[in-house]
Design a protein around this ligand. Structure first.
Ligand SMILES: *Cc1c(COP(=O)(O)O)cnc(C)c1O
Length: 378
């Protein structure tokens, strides 16, 4: 006999995505307000063509780690273009955002260092911290007074020798994935400078969307700040796959020699790298795409009298798990795919609909969704 299913059992529901922001689920076509393909680039003809050409020329896989024979010349092209686009000295591309966070935290941060992390950072950063064994403390979400109190305490209690050996790393996100709000980067960097700390900002959801596509740091005019390390992924607005870090040449060199999640994993398929290059070209040549998704988000929030959106992610907090699932099901019955997000991804009692906008959505679908969602917006 099977035990009763836990209330939060997770399933692998089959979903097929299509161009134009649609998805097929249980044989029904739904308008997809659920994924992170904010610009619709995963189906853009330029990316699809770049992939097709690269597969024909270079095959399906990389064959080995980047440090053996998997370092296809396209990597250098991508990393050079990314560093230039982000205003960084150098860049390094990992297999995914998850692998990047494992590699950056474990490769850059030493045992004697200290990590201060926002309460809401992504699970991959939490796992990376745990794996590193580095001492860490959490600060209340986006609470700069709390962050400063922690920094102050460290500076007061550290001995002179400790201060010399130990570095402080502040971990945050540009845009928080389940709340859609942004981090106060300028304030954070003032504190970082004052206490001689570095900020590592994971911009998975800001890259491609904010700052005309250049990301959260550009949007807040701090892209060139020397205490800021910018990380992110090509799997969201870029519509493809692969994580990245933008940092100094020294830091990148150090990671190439120390990041185990770069060294001991196979390089990306060349076609994926080609897609990323094409995505970057799109961000550079068509900044209107980023503006469009943000204007869609603003339109949706206006219809619902919600505060102006800070990103393409708009959470509608429902509260209970069952209620959030029921709301998601009701929207699905009406032809919209909107996922319910439950604990432990979000805190207890804050189960929610996570609505994400894409540049490929139509205004009429956004309006229809707003009408359906209105009853859950207090
Ligand atoms: C999605 C996400 C990741 C993981 O990126 P993948 O490329 O999907 O592995 C890392 N950090 C944050 C903040 C994310 O939202």
């Amino acid at each position: 006999m099977m035990a009763a299913l836990p209330a939060r059992r997770r399933e692998r529901t089959e979903i097929q995505r299509f161009a134009g922001g649609y998805a097929l689920k249980n044989s029904r076509r739904l308008v997809n307000f659920s994924d992170n393909d904010y610009l619709g680039l995963s189906f853009h003809p330029k990316l699809v063509e770049a992939v097709r050409k690269a597969v024909q020329q270079y095959g399906a896989g990389a064959g080995a780690s980047r440090l053996v024979t998997g370092n296809h010349p396209l990597y250098a092209e991508l990393e050079k273009a990314l560093a230039a686009f982000k205003g960084a000295e150098d860049a390094l591309v990992f297999g995914s955002g998850f692998l990047m966070n494992l590699g950056v935290v474990n490769g850059l941060i030493n045992k004697d260092d200290i990590i201060l992390a926002d309460k809401l950072i992504h699970a991959s950063l939490v796992d990376a911290i745990k794996l590193s064994g580095v001492k860490f403390q959490r600060f209340h979400h986006n609470d700069m007074a709390h962050l400063e109190a922690l920094l102050q305490k460290i500076s007061e209690t550290s001995t002179t020798t400790q201060v010399v050996a130990q570095k402080i790393y502040i971990l945050t996100e540009g845009v928080f994935s389940m709340d859609g709000d942004t981090a106060p980067l300028s304030e954070m960097l003032v504190l970082a400078e004052k206490y001689n700390a570095a900020v590592i900002m994971d911009d998975a959801h800001g890259f491609g969307v904010l700052g005309q596509g250049r990301g959260s740091a550009a949007a807040q005019n701090v892209a060139l700040h020397p205490n800021l390390i910018k990380t992110g992924t090509f799997s969201k607005a870029c519509g493809s796959y692969g994580g990245y870090i933008c940092a100094t040449k020294n830091q990148i060199e150090h990671l190439v020699n120390n990041a185990r999640s770069l060294i001991y994993t196979t390089g990306l398929p060349p076609a994926v790298i080609a897609a990323n290059i094409a995505a970057l070209e799109m961000l550079e040549s068509e900044p209107e795409l980023a503006e469009k998704v943000m204007s869609h988000a603003a339109f949706f929030c206006e219809l619902l009298n919600l505060p102006a959106p800070q990103s393409a992610i708009i959470p509608v907090i429902i509260g209970g798990d069952a209620e959030a699932l029921a709301a998601s099901q009701e929207l699905e019955d009406a032809g919209f795919l909107v996922s319910a997000i439950r604990p432990p991804t979000v805190p207890r009692g804050t189960s929610r609909l996570r609505i994400t906008m894409s540049a490929v959505h139509s205004r009429s679908d956004i309006e229809k969704l707003a009408i359906l969602v209105r009853k859950w917006v207090s």
